[in-house]
Design a protein. Structure first.
Length: 47
């Protein structure tokens, strides 16, 4: 295997792994947001 082919293979695997990891983090964030929704803060009228 030439250095060029090895370099391109590592490039594709590295970028693919990074994108897959970011996708999994996005899924985890959405799952946590669904499990623990943000409650709106109660506003007090101070007149």
């Amino acid at each position: 295997m030439s250095n060029t082919v090895f370099g391109l293979t590592m490039l594709v695997v590295g970028m693919g792994g990074t994108l897959a990891t970011l996708f999994l983090i996005t899924l985890a964030i959405h799952a946590l947001a669904a499990l623990f929704p943000v409650r709106p803060e109660e506003t007090e009228d101070r007149k």
